[in-house]
Design a protein around this ligand. Structure first.
Ligand code: SF4
Length: 425
């Protein structure tokens, strides 16, 4: 069988959407992938993240649950059964949504609106709060290339890109050499604010470890950059906070990357609101941007779809920002798309789901816990590997995904279109 090389493919592994991937193929098999990180490699070779020798199982059909066993059915029969369950539902939830291409997301959103459904994005705890709190203060985004070319101060706050967007540090934010940062990390001051030491804390000597005291640290920073005296440092060392405050005062171009950690808990909303306000304050005298470090590859695509479709009140009413807020009730149906929905639930939620007889419908390319335990499991092709679509990078830049391997199953968008035909809406 002849070999071929497909060049400049976009990796659908995370929000970096690296566009420099070359793939050597023989027939439909991937022989070699160049430039990819070990996380992304799993996407191309159906192996687990950071463990290429462990297979990530792909389902070999569509299934419906029949008593205690799963029955293989045609796509038409699976969609018909799924439609029957949805039409009988009291409340419909769409969960996941950030691991699909943007055309599929538009279809999900359209279908959800017609059904009066609630959307629970997998990256909701980070991005929904971020967007809600940005409404009054405005956005301070930029492209990743701008970070590479200009950022001389970079702050990773509760964000470990090695586990969420691995090549961010080498391509853009830390080691990368840009137009005005020609010496790479020597031209940048990188600060890591985290709960525990991580891979990233080993490569920077500007580390601030705090014990969940994000708000106290943020408030101390704000007071310092305003040139006032701090009364309360919380659990952090005053010297470390002062170093960061000095860098923020002197920086020509400051980039904050914020992960999920500080957003959890009761102070999450206040934290993000005050962080956005700090960014606005710093922007009065320098350039300062804030990017939420979303992991799922098309998180920003989902929010683009939502923002395009407004109005804002509808958006707020129909989005639940954290799946852990959901209280399962009789008549609920959850349609999980692209994420392992059950994996993210608390034990109480799982027990309540069982007690109330909640049905799950799964649309997935992988054999996940949710997919094998769903009333209906619909198997789809992998976006960006087997079918094309569009995705938005973590900085909101749209990129074209290509399908370069023959798919065995339809795309999630095609499945949703067929499902819509069976729904009487
Ligand atoms: S950083 Fe993300 S997009 Fe880039 S190669 Fe790794 S997984 Fe793929």
């Amino acid at each position: 069988m002849s070999e071929k090389v497909v060049t400049s493919i976009v990796c659908p592994g995370c929000g970096c959407l690296c566009d420099d991937i070359d793939v050597r193929m023989e027939g439909n098999s991937v022989l070699q992938v160049n430039n990819v990180c070990s996380w992304g490699l799993g996407r191309f070779t159906d192996s687990k993240k950071f463990a290429q020798k462990k297979e990530r199982k792909r389902p070999d059909g569509h299934f419906v649950l029949d008593g205690d066993s799963r029955k293989v059915v045609s796509l038409e029969d699976a969609c018909s059964k799924a439609a029957e369950i949805i039409m009988a539902a009291g409340r419909v939830f769409f969960y996941g949504l950030c691991q699909s291409g943007n055309r599929a997301q538009a279809k999900i959103y359209d279908l959800g609106k017609k059904l009066g459904a609630t959307f629970i994005p997998s990256e909701g705890p980070l991005v929904t709060l971020f967007l809600e709190e940005s409404k009054s203060a405005g956005f301070s985004l930029c492209t990743l290339e701008e970070v590479r070319n200009r950022a001389d101060v970079v702050v990773f706050w509760g964000a470990n890109p090695i586990h969420s967007c691995p090549r961010l540090v080498t391509r853009y934010a830390l080691f990368a050499r840009g137009r005005f940062t020609e010496r790479g990390e020597e031209d940048r001051k990188a600060f890591i604010v985290d709960l525990n030491p991580t891979e990233l804390t080993k490569v920077s000597n500007r580390v601030i470890l705090k014990e969940g005291d994000d708000l106290a640290l943020l408030r101390a920073l704000r007071v310092l950059v305003e040139g006032k005296k701090v009364e309360e440092y919380g659990s952090v060392k005053p010297g470390e906070v002062k170093n960061l405050a000095e860098a923020l005062k002197e920086g020509q171009y400051i980039a904050f990357f914020c992960g999920r950690g500080p957003f959890y808990g009761k102070t999450g909303r206040v934290f993000i609101s005050e962080l956005i306000d700090l960014v606005r304050f710093l922007n009065k005298k320098t350039d300062c941007v804030l990017l939420p470090l979303a992991t799922d590859f098309n998180t920003m695509g989902f929010y683009q779809t939502v923002l395009r479709n407004g109005p804002a009140e509808v958006v707020e009413r129909s989005i639940m920002h954290d799946v852990r807020e959901w209280v399962p009730a009789k008549g609920d149906v959850v349609i999980g798309i692209g994420n392992d929905f059950i994996w993210f639930l608390s034990d109480e939620q799982k027990a309540k789901m069982k007690e109330e007889g909640v049905s799950v419908i799964s649309i997935s390319s992988y054999e996940t816990l949710s997919h094998v335990n769903s009333a209906v499991s619909l198997t789809c092709a992998l976006a960006g590997i087997e079918v094309g679509d569009v995705a938005y990078r973590l900085d909101c830049l749209p990129v074209e995904l290509k399908g370069f391997r023959e798919p065995k199953f339809p795309s999630d968008r095609e499945i949703l279109e067929m499902l819509e035909n069976y729904l009487k809406i």
